[in-house]
Design a protein around this ligand. Structure first.
Ligand code: SAM
Length: 223
């Protein structure tokens, strides 16, 4: 059902990779991080978990910017990040992960976050969801919806700009609303709330009309 290759991380970056990374950082990365962190904070608070310390595991934490901001914005939130990207190995609160089996016991986290991760590893999608369900009470997902050839191509272009420089693989396709619902059902999860559209590029003239809010969604799930 899901067809794509596994993600790869580049140890050495070419001049072109560095150029793409700088362009992406300047054009959208910081804004995206700020908007998503605010959105995730809001969703965490809406869950109203009655605990002194709430634990969140950010799977596919990337540069860990969101992981860190979430901890700053929520004083009672303890965040941990895992990723298959090797450069993060020495970072604080980072735990090594083989991309398939989480090194944690049953229900050891309140919330798991997949922020723009699942579409990069459809090969392990079911395994990642299974593991997330095993170790947490809630799963928070941010990902893309495609609606056909045009939106898929646009999303692939954006993924190339955002991720190619890091060596993260680009998916052949994305979730549709139907495919996402099938995933939730297949793993016997309960979706509490879905948000679509999510506006990430309103600050960029022209781009905001091309990369529509409906291409982005969040979902909060009870495991
Ligand atoms: C687009 S980046 C998103 C980074 C961060 N979550 C954010 O929203 O800024 C996708 C990340 O997912 C990671 N990734 C892909 N497959 C993974 C897997 N099976 N397990 C853990 N991380 C994975 C990649 O290494 C990459 O860092």
């Amino acid at each position: 059902m899901y067809d794509m290759s596994s993600p790869l991380a580049k140890d050495k970056k070419s001049f072109f990779d560095k150029l793409l990374i700088r362009f992406h950082k300047n054009a959208s990365h910081s804004n995206r991080i700020a908007i998503l962190s605010r959105l995730f904070t809001q969703k965490i608070q809406e869950l109203a978990i009655q605990k002194e310390t709430i634990t969140l595991l950010d799977i596919g934490c990337g540069d860990m910017k969101i992981t860190k901001i979430l901890a700053e914005q929520n004083k009672n939130l303890q965040t941990t990040g895992v990723d298959i990207y090797p450069n993060t190995r020495n970072w604080k609160n980072y735990v090594a992960f083989d991309g398939r089996t989480l090194p944690f016991t049953e229900k050891s986290f309140d919330i798991i976050l997949f922020s723009d991760v699942l579409h990069h590893d459809y090969e392990n999608l079911d395994q990642l969801i299974k593991e997330a369900k095993r170790v947490s009470n809630f799963i928070m997902i941010k990902d893309h919806f495609e609606y056909g050839f045009f939106s898929r191509t646009l999303l692939q272009l954006a993924d190339i700009v955002g991720n190619y420089g890091y060596g993260v693989s680009i998916p052949k396709r994305y979730f549709t609303k139907k495919r996402f619902q099938e995933l939730v059902k297949k793993h016997q999860l309960t979706e509490i709330k879905q948000q679509c559209p999510v506006y990430l590029y309103n600050h960029l003239p022209l781009v905001k009309y091309i990369f529509k809010g409906k291409y982005q969604f969040t979902s909060v799930i009870k495991t």
